[in-house]
Ligand binder design. Structure first.
Ligand code: PGA
Length: 314
C-alpha cells in the first residue's frame, strides 16, 4: 500500500492507496470531515494544483479490472502460445486480471497458467442448475473447473444469438447465487446512439440486472457500445466517460450510493495497447473488457498495465 502526502489548504494529510483504492484515516469531528471532503475532491479529480503530489483519476472505489474475452477463437496450439506469453508477462500488481477462453479450453488454460494473478471466466452459463439442457454449461460445472467469473449479456449473445434482458438477468441471478462473479455487459447499437437513445438502452439493460439480482458485490459492469466491438472504431475517452458517469449515476439513484461507488464500470470495444492509457485516464473508467487485442499476450499485458495512467504525478 502506497502512502502519499498531499497538501490541502496548507495541511499535510496522509492518503493511503491500496492499489487505487483510497482509504482515509478515521475522522470523528466536523472540521476533520470537511477536510476529508476537500482531500477527497483533490484525489478524485485529476488535479494540476501544486499541493497535490499524487492523484488517482478514479471515481469508483474498486480495483482496476481488465478482462480478456477470447470469444470463439483459438486452438490447443494457439492457446498454449497465448498462455505462455501471459506467463511471461509482467503485470501491475493492483489490477484484477481475468481471461475468458472458450469452454473447451478452460481446463488447458487453468492447468498451464502459472501466473496465479490471472483468473478465469466462462463466456456464458445456463440459467439454473444443470440437467437435461443439451449444449448448455452450468454454473456448478464452471466453478468445478476452476473459473471464478462469467461474462453475461455480451452483445454477440444479445444480437446474434437472440438473448433478451430477462434471460440474461436470470443467468446473472443464478451465477451470483452460486458465488460466481458476473461481468455484466451492456451497450447500444449504432442506430440507437444515432437516435439519441444510448442512455435509455443502457439503463434498460441495467434495470434488467438490477431487477434480477439481490447483491452487486460480485458484479462488474462492462459498457460495450456495439458499434465499437470488433470494428476498430473505439469510443473516444469522452464518449466512454459520459456513459460510465451516467451508469454510475443510475446505480446511485436506483441501487445505492455504496454500490455506485464500489461497482467497477469497465469499457469494451476496440481497446488496444495504443488507446488504453487515454481511456484509463477517465475518472469513471475502472478497467477494460478486451476482445481482439486479448489474443496477443504482450498487448493484453500493456492494456492491464495502463492502470498506471490512472496515477497522475502532479
Ligand atoms: P473487441 O471486443 O475488443 O475485439 O472490440 C470487445 C468485446 O467484445 O468484449
Amino acid at each position: 500500500m502506497a502512502v502519499v502526502s498531499t497538501s490541502v489548504g496548507g495541511a499535510n494529510v496522509a492518503v493511503q492507496f491500496s492499489g487505487l483504492r483510497k482509504s482515509f484515516p478515521k475522522l470523528d469531528n466536523s472540521s476533520s470531515r470537511s477536510l476529508f471532503l476537500k482531500v477527497e475532491s483533490h484525489v478524485r479529480l485529476a488535479s494540476t494544483s501544486k499541493g497535490c503530489r499524487a492523484v488517482a483519476t478514479m471515481l469508483g472505489s474498486g480495483k482496476f479490472f481488465v478482462g480478456g474475452n477470447w470469444k470463439c477463437n483459438g486452438s490447443k496450439e494457439s492457446i498454449g502460445k497465448l498462455v505462455s506469453e501471459l506467463n511471461n508477462a509482467t503485470l501491475e500488481a493492483d489490477v484484477d486480471v481475468v481471461v475468458a477462453p472458450p469452454f473447451v479450453y478452460i481446463d488447458q488454460v487453468k492447468n498451464s497458467l502459472v501466473n496465479s494473478r490471472i483468473q478465469i471466466a466462462a463466456q456464458n452459463c445456463w440459467t439454473g442448475k444443470g440437467g437435461a439442457f443439451t449444449g448448455e454449461i452450468s454454473v456448478e460445472q464452471i466453478k468445478d473447473i476452476g473459473a471464478g467469473w462469467v461474462v453475461l449479456g455480451h452483445s454477440e449473445r444479445r444480437h446474434i444469438i437472440g438473448e433478451d434482458d430477462q434471460f440474461i438477468g436470470k443467468k446473472a441471478a443464478y451465477a451470483l447465487s452460486q458465488d460466481l462473479g458476473v461481468i455484466a455487459c451492456i451497450g447500444e447499437l449504432l442506430e440507437e446512439r444515432e437516435a439519441g437513445r444510448t442512455f435509455e438502452v443502457c439503463f434498460q439493460q441495467l434495470k434488467a440486472y438490477a431487477d434480477a439480482v439481490s447483491s452487486w458485490d460480485k458484479i462488474v459492469i462492462a459498457y460495450e457500445p456495439v458499434w465499437a466491438i470488433g470494428t476498430g472504431k473505439v469510443a473516444t475517452p469522452e464518449q466512454a466517460q459520459e456513459v460510465h458517469d451516467a451508469v454510475r449515476d443510475w446505480l446511485r439513484k436506483n441501487v445505492s450510493t455504496e454500490v455506485a461507488s464500489k461497482t467497477r464500470i469497465i469499457y469494451g470495444g476496440s481497446v488496444n495497447g495504443g488507446n488504453s492509457s487515454e481511456l484509463a485516464k477517465q475518472e469513471d473508467i475502472d478497467g477494460f473488457l478486451v476482445g481482439g487485442a486479448s489474443l496477443k499476450g504482450v498487448e493484453f499485458a500493456a492494456i492491464v498495465n495502463s492502470v498506471t495512467a490512472k496515477k497522475v504525478a502532479a
